[in-house]
Design a binder for this molecule. Structure first.
Ligand SMILES: [Zn+2]
Length: 561
């Protein structure tokens, strides 16, 4: 439970350490009168040469950026408390920017210059400026209304704490037919301030729609698979950040009080007025797989606060239920920044059971956008991210893209147009090409399982798995990892006598190091459209395997009433 103690976080930074021109921690203080008031957080480079330093740094609850290199991690400093934590941990730092508010003004000037020079960008949508939450929702609806054969609006299951619904679009030829095609899932804006992460997802939606009939490569992808695009996973937080006021650097969702169901609308913004910018749960530390542990914080003020329980937040329940009810074979979760392609696991101590295949796809995407492909723990420890859960629950190959080298939401031209379409030696590639490679892999039967066979036309086939997963050790009052049940259930309608169903492998990656793949099966049932089960079979299918199934009893009984 969060305490209701008011807590004012000064934006002006103490001690002169963060004043422009004073570059080293502990340097002589500049007199107060000479210091201009900061309008945003500061950016510091924390020296963390050893992986133990990074693990210690990750445990401080600070606002770490994904920008890290040989011996350092960059972090935002929101006030004197943050510096006190660094100092108490014995870590050294260098100030890179004393006032990110100033840097944002320079970015917005670049945006204005772009808008003055051009009316239409080379992006698939032609946009020249960041979308608002209203823009996203309107455009998703418009795409679905204009192209009903191609685009279906999807509303996720759980309302956010401020009562919003989260929307996405499913894009495929004959999109309305619930057949057995594999799914590529692309998401943005788990983290509120990472504006380009939603833009890249949205532009890929436009790209697919624009080229659905004219580009043979995209036409094939939309015949053989489905793209599922959710540009704004965390709309409450994004709306606050996008207003570019006191909450411009907000990262988390609008969870103000743990255990409280009703959150008055606007409370999230109101508390910012008191300087409480740090409330909320880090949506990308709240997934159940490996939740807890040293790659997230159990403190409500921390920027990587994991929440009071695995899947305690509506945003993570939304993505969990979306993935659990479909056969998502590849997924990408967009973030900013640092030019990285990250894969599970988020903590050191054993690679994913299918590391070579998992790494190879990450590497292949990284050759399109020029990013660095690595396991997430090589940046710093993280727990409870979407790919931590998705890979170990479903076998979906999940990745985090950390887009652009500069900032969380720098100028639109460099972070969206250049990074999406590719620039320099990556011109014509960029994230557009990386997403296409991901989508091609998602539909490639070599990377998932296929079940084929005969079943009655009109029958509904159902694939169900239920199993136990675990969190990491959250410490505190918990005695070791927490076990939780996970159910996967998806369905397809048989449209031709010989059906083909693209499924994730039934063999499940073990969360325990060195164990490999668990020998599990899908429970496949053949049912009437009203749900009457006519036949059930256990089917074991490995990645890259094709299995033949005959629903003979279902065939014999389907027509008989
Ligand atoms: Zn992020």
């Amino acid at each position: 439970m969060l305490s209701r103690l008011p807590r004012r976080v000064a934006t002006a930074l103490a001690g002169g350490v963060l004043t422009a021109g004073v570059l080293t921690a502990g340097a002589a203080a500049v007199p107060v009168a000479e210091r201009p008031a900061a309008t945003g957080p500061a950016l510091v480079r924390v020296h963390a040469p050893a992986s133990a330093d990074r693990a210690q740094l990750a445990g401080l609850g600070l606002d770490l950026t994904p920008r890290a290199g040989a011996g350092f991690v960059d972090a935002l400093v929101h006030g004197p408390d943050d510096l006190a934590r660094l100092r108490a941990a014995g870590l050294r730092w260098t100030v890179l920017e004393s006032d990110l508010g100033e840097r944002q003004r320079r970015y917005r000037e670049l945006d204005q210059r772009l808008a003055a020079q051009t009316a239409v960008s080379p992006l698939p949508s032609g946009r020249i400026a960041y979308r608002t939450l209203g823009d996203y929702e309107r455009e998703l609806r418009e795409l679905a209304a204009r192209y009903p054969e191609l685009v279906r609006l999807v509303r996720l299951d759980h309302q956010t704490l401020e009562g919003r619904w989260v929307y996405g679009v499913e894009i495929a030829h004959g999109v309305q037919m619930p057949d057995g095609r594999p799914v590529f899932l692309l998401m943005g804006l788990h983290h509120a301030r990472e504006w380009p992460s939603g833009e890249h997802a949205m532009e890929f939606a436009y790209d697919l729609v624009r080229h659905a009939y004219t580009d043979p490569r995209i036409a094939r992808l939309l015949r053989e698979g489905r793209a599922l695009i959710v540009p704004v996973v965390n709309p409450d937080g994004f709306e606050k950040s996008r207003a570019a006021g006191a909450l411009e650097w907000k990262r988390k969702n609008c969870r103000q009080w743990d255990g409280v169901v009703e959150h008055p609308v606007a409370e999230c913004a109101t508390y910012a007025d008191n300087g409480l910018t740090s409330r909320g749960v880090d949506v990308n530390r709240n997934y159940g797989g490996f939740w807890g542990g040293r790659g997230s914080s159990d403190q409500w003020w921390a920027q990587d606060y994991r929440g009071q329980a695995p899947f305690s937040e509506p945003e993570t329940r939304n993505v969990r239920d979306l993935v659990a009810s479909r056969q998502v074979t590849v997924l990408i979760s967009n973030h900013t920044y640092g030019n990285l392609v990250l894969r599970s696991p988020g903590v050191a101590g054993g690679n994913a059971p299918e590391e070579s295949l998992y790494q190879a796809l990450g590497d292949r995407m990284a050759t399109q956008n020029g990013y660095t492909s690595q396991a997430a723990y090589q940046l710093y420890p993280t727990n409870g991210t979407v790919e931590d859960w998705a890979y170990y629950a479903t076998g979906a190959l999940g990745y985090t893209f950390e887009i652009n080298p500069k900032d969380f939401h720098p100028d639109f031209g460099s972070a969206v147009i250049d990074e999406y379409l590719g620039h320099g030696v990556y011109a014509g590639k960029g994230n557009r090409e990386a997403y296409l490679v991901a989508f091609e892999t998602a539909v490639d039967p070599g990377y998932h399982g296929v079940v084929t066979g005969f079943a009655p036309v009109g029958a509904v086939l159902r694939a169900v798995k239920e199993f136990t997963m675990r969190t990491d050790d959250p410490g505190g009052s918990a005695s070791g990892p927490i076990a939780f049940r996970q159910r996967l259930e998806s369905a397809m309608t048989v449209t031709v006598p010989r059906f083909t169903w693209h499924l994730n492998p039934s063999l499940r990656p073990s969360q325990e190091p060195g164990v490999g793949l668990l020998p599990e099966s899908w429970t496949l049932s053949c049912t009437r459209p009203d749900g009457t089960v006519l036949e059930t079979q256990q089917v074991t299918v490995a990645r890259g395997q094709r299995v033949e199934v005959r629903f003979d009893r279902c065939l014999a009984r389907f027509a008989v009433r």
